[in-house]
Design a protein around this ligand. Structure first.
Ligand code: BGC
Length: 775
């Protein structure tokens, strides 16, 4: 764990340059606008350890699969989030000496991410070996107003000298992925011109043929006075263009460079239009100027915070942690493009490839549902609807028939690209999360029409898969599910994973309910779906019913707990406290074989099921299972803490709930797992939000109403969260004495607070004493 980020409610601040943490800081200071993003790399030439990273949403490369032993059914490729051309470079040579922050003495170095306003800045003084000192101040943003525009303001002030200076402004497309399987370059150059009015570079990905056009415009000022730029050299090299300006820096005078980049791709425009669109983006930048673009950025972020802020009084570290998570979630996904999804690392690193895991449905959907307009979350669902055909083909490759759909574990375009058999073929519970997301979306928004328009076809495909994935055991006289991996990836190829069985049964039941609903309310839509999916109602429904009624669930009669899988009780059952501290995390210290044979659990498994379906179980049942499994859980996935935090809150263990929350909330800022250098844990950020809203706020949907059962973490004075529920913007403020709910809408709203119905009038609030709770 590191502790070098200064605590501040709205800013992420690093004081002092620590080369050994540079990659971590690059991750932490990442920027994104939903369409493209980048790590917080230096604009300057930088010779220290760095992971250069620029990423374009939805632009990927199918890197040839690399495995030890090929298994039939493996996907041919692993989709990589591509490292894309870098437009941010601003290279300075003073009197022939390169400004390389890694090589120079840096004074008062500070990096700062302004989360409230959406920009990243860097300020420092550098001293050259000959004693020359300069001051640098840069501010960078990726516009969320015009999401094809990036802008940098870069100021240089010589403190004790005047000297001829070279300023190089490149767009560099000669980049590689660190994680390339065969060390290949993934981009080809298509066209470039450094001498055009707006210098540009167009590159194209190999195999997938995505084109990206980067064009730049820049201007210069000295002490606020614009300079005319008639003298520059145009440089063109392979996959690279640049302008070189030769200027004279005068002592104590500030020279400011404004560099704007248009970043446009063939995902959004025709190849033939790319240059024109890029010029339009730059014309927009020129007409507005940096200050206006920055003001627009601030206003747009203000709007986002108005809808989704969480404020914590009395604990700045916690406040910074949660705002950072919300900020990064909003940078990663804006919901404007239903073809995009949320990669576990967002735009902050290469690890995990692909853009979509079950993480989206299980851990991220709740955040977007509650803090954005409903179409944002809806687009996450439609993404899967659009991949239904691919999911059916994916299942066919594995031998399933009749429109059974198996959604991929990892994907970019709907095709599976994960290639470890125990996950690709066996971690099929992901299918259940996709069905559950449809249910959650409708429960939250009330938008039942979604079933007829999109959801039901997906549910039918998934239910068909489950019905074929089980088999009847003559021995048990029950349906069983063999050879699976549950969410706990520290067990592979197990029989009858309770969680997966539960998801399968629930999906089939929910699909039958959904069919009834659509059939009765919009019969013509039902007929369309029947024809489209060749649904044979009499056979399929009776088959699903039979399976649901006769599905086997492993259970321990003695302890009265659901068993994670068959044979779980044969293991040596010892709590995590038995593992010597120096052997944790076990995934770094133990052989895989030892891990698989142990009882230790990577992340919520049975408990994930009890979290999803808590309404179906008595509190005592949930507690028994929690008390049995949690002590054996090593929480070695960043997805683990949030579920446990919410469950602990539900069970009244406020202290544990808070502890779990803490480990997740500053996971990246404090580099808890020593892996933030590889990129941020975006999924865990959604989980942290859930810990506060569902854990401490106790928010649920019950009887078609919002319901709250909050508690106050001891360390805090108060906390509040904003949510959007069916057109009502609510601010829920909780302190030691009261719960206040403000209804910022022109309609009244009924909510459940401590299980009692309360009406909050339009544009009004209610206040309820914390002690009124029915504990
Ligand atoms: C977790 C999976 C998750 C993946 C990507 C793994 O470590 O076990 O549940 O989908 O990371 O976040």
């Amino acid at each position: 764990m590191k502790n070098y980020i200064t605590h501040h409610p709205w800013k992420i601040i690093e004081e002092g340059y620590r080369p050994e943490y540079n990659r971590i800081s690059e991750s932490i200071f990442s920027l994104g606008n939903g369409k493209f993003g980048q790590r917080g790399n230096f604009e300057e030439y930088f010779s220290g350890d760095s992971l250069q990273g620029n990423y374009l949403g939805g632009v990927y490369y199918p890197d040839k699969t690399r495995v030890g032993w090929w298994k039939n059914g493996y996907p041919e490729y692993f989709a990589k989030v591509l490292n894309a051309p870098d437009w941010t470079g601003i290279r300075i040579k003073i009197d022939g000496q390169e400004l390389d922050p890694h090589k120079l003495k840096l004074i008062d170095f500070r990096r700062e991410l302004d989360m409230q306003n959406g920009h990243f800045s860097k300020i420092y003084k550098a001293e050259f070996p000959d004693g020359k000192q300069i001051k640098i101040h840069s501010t960078r943003m990726l516009s969320i107003v015009n999401d094809e525009l990036g802008a940098i303001k870069y100021s240089i002030t010589p403190l004790n000298f005047s000297a001829p200076t070279e300023i190089l402004l490149p767009i560099n497309g000669d980049i590689k992925n660190e994680d390339a399987n065969y060390d290949e370059h993934f981009w080809d150059e298509i066209e470039k011109s450094a001498s055009a009015r707006a210098p540009y570079l167009i590159t194209e990905t190999r195999k997938t043929h995505f084109r990206a056009c980067y064009a730049m415009h820049y201007s210069l000022e000295v002490d606020g006075t614009p300079q005319s730029l008639t003298q520059f050299d145009s440089i063109e090299e392979t996959k690279y263009i640049a302008h070189r300006l030769n200027v004279k820096l005068d002592e104590k005078k500030t020279t400011t460079i404004y560099k704007y980049a248009a970043v446009v791709t063939s995902r959004d425009h025709k190849n033939s239009d790319l240059k024109t669109v890029a010029s339009e983006v730059l014309a927009y930048a020129k007409s507005k100027g940096f200050c206006t673009i920055l003001d627009e950025q601030k206003a747009a972020w203000k709007e986002k915070w108005n809808h989704g802020d969480i404020a914590i009084e009395g604990d700045t570290a916690a406040q910074q942690g949660i705002r950072y998570n919300i900020f990064q979630l909003n940078q990663t996904y804006t919901g404007q493009d239903e073809r995009l999804n949320i990669g576990p690392k967002g735009f902050t690193g290469e690890k995990y490839g692909g853009s979509t895991y079950w993480d989206t449905e299980a851990y991220l959907l709740p955040f977007y549902l509650s803090t954005s307009e409903p179409d944002v979350a809806r687009n996450l669902l439609i993404y899967r609807f659009k991949h239904l055909q691919k999911a059916i083909e994916n299942a066919e490759k594995l031998g399933f028939t009749n429109g059974a759909a198996l959604y991929p574990m990892v994907t970019m375009n709907g095709e599976e690209c994960h290639n470890e058999w125990e996950i690709t073929f066996e971690e099929i519970h992901r299918n259940g999360a996709i069905a559950y997301a449809i249910f959650s979306y409708i429960r939250y928004t009330g938008d039942k029409r979604y079933l007829a328009d999109y959801g039901l076809e997906v549910l039918i495909g998934i239910s068909r898969f489950w019905a074929q994935r089980v088999n009847y055991s003559e021995d048990k006289q029950k349906y069983v599910m063999l050879g699976v991996t549950g969410p706990n990836e520290y067990e592979n190829n197990v029989n009858n994973n309770w969680y997966t069985l539960k998801m399968a049964q629930w999906t089939m039941q929910y699909t039958m309910e959904a069919i009834n609903y659509v059939k009765q309310t919009i019969p013509e839509e039902w007929q369309r779906i029947v024809t489209k999916s060749n649904f044979v109602e009499s056979d399929e429904i009776s088959n699903w019913k039979r399976i649901c009624e006769n599905l086997y669930f492993p259970y321990d009669q003695k302890r009265e707990v659901f068993l994670q899988q068959d044979g779980f009780l044969d293991k040596e059952l010892k709590p995590v406290s038995n593992i010597p501290a120096e052997e944790t995390p076990i995934n770094k210290h133990w052989s895989w074989d030892r891990i698989l044979r142990s009882c230790y659990i990577k992340q919520a498994d049975v408990l994930q099921g009890l979290y999803f379906f808590e309404d179906q179980y008595e509190k005592e049942t949930i507690k028994r299972n929690y008390d049995f499994y949690e002590p054996m859980t090593v929480h070695e996935s960043s997805l683990s803490a949030c579920i446990h935090s919410i469950m602990a809150a539900k069970l009244g263990d406020e202290k544990r709930s808070y502890e779990f929350y803490l480990s997740a909330s500053r996971l990246d800022l404090d580099d808890y797992n020593s892996d933030s250098d590889e990129g941020l844990h975006v999924t865990s950020m959604g989980g942290t939000w859930m810990s506060i809203v569902q854990g401490f706020g106790g928010m649920r949907i019950k009887n078609n109403m919002l319901s709250f059962n909050p508690f106050m973490p001891e360390k805090w004075k108060s906390f509040s969260f904003k949510i959007n529920f069916r057109g009502h913007l609510l601010n829920i403020v909780i302190d030691k004495d009261n719960v206040n709910i403000h209804n910022d809408a022109d309609e009244p709203l009924k909510v459940l607070l401590f299980d009692k119905t309360q009406t909050i009038e339009a544009n009004d609030k209610i206040t309820v004493d914390m002690n009124c709770q029915n504990k």
